[in-house]
Design a protein around this ligand. Sequence first.
Ligand code: SF4
Length: 241
Amino acid sequence: MSKSNAAAVEQSISSDSNSAGLSAEDIKALNDKYYSLDIEARIQELYKDFSQDKVMLTSSFAATSAYLLHIFSRFAPNQKVYFIDTGFHFPDTLAYKEKLTKMFNLKVEDVRAEAWKHEYTVKDETWKTDPDFCCSINKVEPLYNLQGRYDIWVSGLMRWQTEHRATLDIFEERNGIIKFYPLVDVSKEERDLYIKEHDLPFHPLVAQGYSSIGCTHCTKPGDDRSGRWNNSPKTECGLHL
Ligand code: SF4
């Protein structure tokens, strides 16, 4: 695997069209409609506007993933949930995944990089020298290989989390697929209130000062996303850029 190959993968992901065949006007109309709905209504409406077998939901089973997964388990109990197993997760994350899967009766499917590509990043310790390349192999490419089957990709990003996320809309066209961010305008306080009211469990590392939790190599305790790719300008793994 060369870095030029990885760049070619990323370039091939870029596209002007989207698999749902939606125009810019269609996306604007969806945003206009969904902004007037609350979060639960947005998720119910999604399955009226799109077929469930065209909806891709991903979760990193990170700090507060229980929030979005709980809502989906209530309104779309058969929705498949993809987990990108980078091979570098904390054991606590895998335990949290098992816990939420049982609690909410989730249909979780793991997604991984091809073994030889992942092994390359292990031997090269690529997260030290080129974290963008490491993320492209272990996160972006495995998801890209699935993306063609779906029209809509659901993700739980919220605007307050990072500067990049502050510009997101509920529906956006990104790299050939329509992204759906139903939580985009939820405040941290609203999220925490829902978690409290429904008595949902946090990721076990939250109690140890972690707020944003990814791979072991790139996660430190800290507020919000300050603990990710510590001492690096990188703030996103590339999945949502
Ligand atoms: S978060 Fe770090 S270890 Fe995980 S895939 Fe990205 S660079 Fe590699």
